[in-house]
Design a protein. Sequence first.
Length: 105
Amino acid sequence: MVLAVIETGGKQYLIAPGQKIKIEKIKGVKEGEKIVFDKALLFVDEKGEITIGQPYISGMQITAECEELGRTKKIIVFRYHSKTRYKKKKSHRQPFMKVSIKSII
């Protein structure tokens, strides 16, 4: 089984071909477009041999396709200080991309 660890959006993901993952939104990418990830940190081939990058593996490309763009559920941020009548309420919806991994080269 081929596996890789990639870095995107400040996070690391363990991926395999055919897998679908939710990642941070990448600006300028629309639904149906191809994406190439070149920041591969680790690669495991069919034989089980492991390649570790320092910090990235040079020449490695992971191709994926954007399937869906969206926003997560609303997160409420509530700040409160007791005895001082201080309270603030904010909300936030984080944008995401649902990506299907096509190949690891």
